[in-house]
Write a protein that binds this ligand. Structure first.
Ligand SMILES: [Zn+2]
Ligand SMILES: [Zn+2]
Length: 332
């Protein structure tokens, strides 16, 4: 959709904090507004919700700290409204076929609705004179759109009605929206209803609404607006393992620590105590966990304060509590 799917491109270390801030804020806002999250197994990053998207989207951008964003809304109506819109657009564009850009000529043939999406200056002018899409809405769809806008008013979600807003994908019906920065050069995210999507996959006819965000674009906007995002905390722990049994055990311990929100590093290729502690020093972790042969056998572990070199031997079962209570709370 809007963003490069994660995994196709490395996230630069200096951008890590932005990704984390955005993802965490999204989860927080979504769960605090009572939505069930479904992370679809699709390649693209997408979250689907049931309702109240306007408030959620507004809260999300507020929490991130972004200002001066417009929440643009429009309606694409039902399939019969849509075919009417297509005809109106094709009709309107006849007189501009010599003016519009090359990709718009292609859109004219294949997907005329998307003509309204072109960012080329020459096409922008044509778009600004295009007929408003809601003029093609049937009575039902017009009613629906009206009540949607009234609902937004009631929820105090400010919006801009954009009569020429379209979405890139065909499955949208009725209400669509987009979040755009002041200069309107890009879209930070958007979505809408897709009442027929589930049915088209063979499911029940059931209303649905979805939103997708372009994380890279949001990051660009955060940088542009010079919003401070705190650095993600540095590594907290280093796990030293000595001997075969300890190495074996250290893997499950690592995952346990990760799951509890601790940031842990390990140097599995190194075998000696000294060489591993050297790495821990270099990483400037405040504490190292040392799993030696005896500790691995006894189900204990040594917690070493890297600043003063003091050590405590802890029952492995009590390690999480010990770390949480005595040292520091997880940072997640
Ligand atoms: Zn309709
Ligand atoms: Zn164009």
């Amino acid at each position: 959709m809007l963003q490069t799917p994660r995994g196709t491109q490395d996230i630069l270390p200096e951008d890590q904090k932005y990704w984390q801030k955005i993802e965490k804020t999204f989860e927080k806002v979504a769960s605090s507004t009572g939505f069930e999250k479904i992370e679809t197994p699709y390649f693209e990053y997408r979250k689907i919700f049931e309702k109240g998207i306007g408030t959620t989207v507004k809260t999300f951008f507020q929490e991130i700290g972004l200002k001066n964003l417009a929440f643009e809304v429009n309606s694409l109506g039902c399939p019969s409204c849509r075919s009417k819109m297509r005809k109106v657009i094709v009709n309107y564009y006849q007189q501009y076929l010599n003016v519009i850009c090359a990709s718009c000529k292609n859109r004219f043939e294949k997907n005329p609705m998307r003509l309204l999406d072109c960012k080329e200056a020459v096409c922008q002018e044509v778009i600004s004179g295009a007929p408003a899409l809601i003029d093609s809405l049937c009575t039902n769809c017009k009613e629906h759109f009206k009540s949607t806008l009234e609902f937004l008013d009631e929820m105090q979600v400010p919006y801009d009605f954009n009569p020429r807003l379209v979405r890139g994908l065909d499955y949208y019906t009725k209400t669509i929206f987009e979040v755009v920065p002041q200069d309107k050069t890009s879209s930070l995210g958007g979505g809408g209803r897709y009442d027929n999507l589930i049915e088209s996959f063979g499911g029940q006819p059931i209303g649905a609404i979805g939103v997708s965000f372009g994380i890279e674009r949001i990051i660009l906007e955060i940088k542009k607006q010079e919003i401070e995002i705190p650095e993600t905390p540095k590594l907290e722990l280093f796990l030293v393992q000595l001997g075969d049994l300890a190495t074996k055990k250290s893997l499950s311990l690592l995952f346990k620590l990760y799951n509890q929100g601790f940031r842990v590093s390990v140097a599995l290729e190194k075998t000696g105590l000294k060489s591993q502690l050297k790495v821990a020093d270099r990483l400037k972790v405040p504490y190292s966990l040392i799993l030696g042969q005896r500790e691995a056998r006894d189900n204990t572990i040594i917690v070493r304060n890297m600043l003063d070199g003091s050590q405590d031997t802890i029952d492995l079962k009590k390690l999480m509590d010990y770390l949480k209570k005595r040292l520091f709370p997880p940072t997640s």
